[in-house]
Design a protein. Sequence first.
Lengths: 115, 237
Amino acid sequence: MSANLIIISTIFSIFIIVFIVLLLRKKRINIKYSLIWIILFTILLISILVPGFLSFTTSILGFKTSSNMVISIIIVVLIIISIALTVIVSSQDKKIRLLIQEVSMLKSKGDKKNE
Amino acid sequence: MKILLIVPSYNEEKNVLNNYNKILKYSKNCKYSVDAIIIDDGSIDETKSICIQNKIPHISLINNLGIGGAVQTGYKYAYENDYDIAIQFDGDGQHDVNYIEKIINPIIEKKCDMTIGSRFIDKNSSEFKSSFFRRIGINIISFFIKLKTGFKIYDTTSGFRAVNKEIIKEFALDYPSEYPEPISSVSIIKKHFKIMEIPVSMNERKTGTSSIKNWKKAYYMLNVILSIVFTKFGGKK
């Protein structure tokens, strides 16, 4: 990877990590959901900054350029995270449904007593 | 014998009172005691206040859940209050109270666990005009149910159904939130309950709109098929 690219991706990774940590401090996201992002970008940061690491893995995995490899790996990880999020949304959907049903039934019981 | 009519209603301010009066009138002449509960699925019109004013038994969901969640609330109510038979009965005037006895009789006589009021099983008795595409859609769903269970259901999307006490419990605990009619039928067959289809005729929808909108129909089909084919329907009853 060219020197420019290394600088840009380093800045970007640090920016993302700081952003996630800020969100965490303001309690806008849960720790368990933030961890994956911090880990992902820390690994990215390390692999960019350790000299020789990227060119070594690129040649082993058979990519033509390091940037291709980085992009491919990021895409795969993002897909996995999206699927995990879909699973989380579905389970929350179920919980919300149960809540609405139970609260509504309790409420209608309460209304009946008040009549 | 305690019987409950579960009437899911979403924005049915024009129909709800009329519908309930019809049920009351029928209930007076019926040899069984038939109660009704309106499940107001978070309507944004006057459905709820009409229910309160006219003392119609109802549960108003605090938010819209869609047909599956609304109907399941009815089954939960039936389960809590120890009903022997629960009947799903649409709140939009499509279903005819006079068929209630016909669809609960096989359950009372213990011939089966669940009945489906079917528009297609006997072509002469039904004046329900469904569009060509709707019929094709229903036939395709029917084909996949047959494929999965080996059992033929003709009117897969009929919302006019009656179930016995055991299935009330099943549905109270687990009911599909989307595409509930075909999918719950499959799960019931897979659990070795017995289903019978009873010919009924249905009225054209008067007011209100179908829960399935036009542009969603193809998507609906695909979803139903995927759920039927891929869902793992658990074990024995």
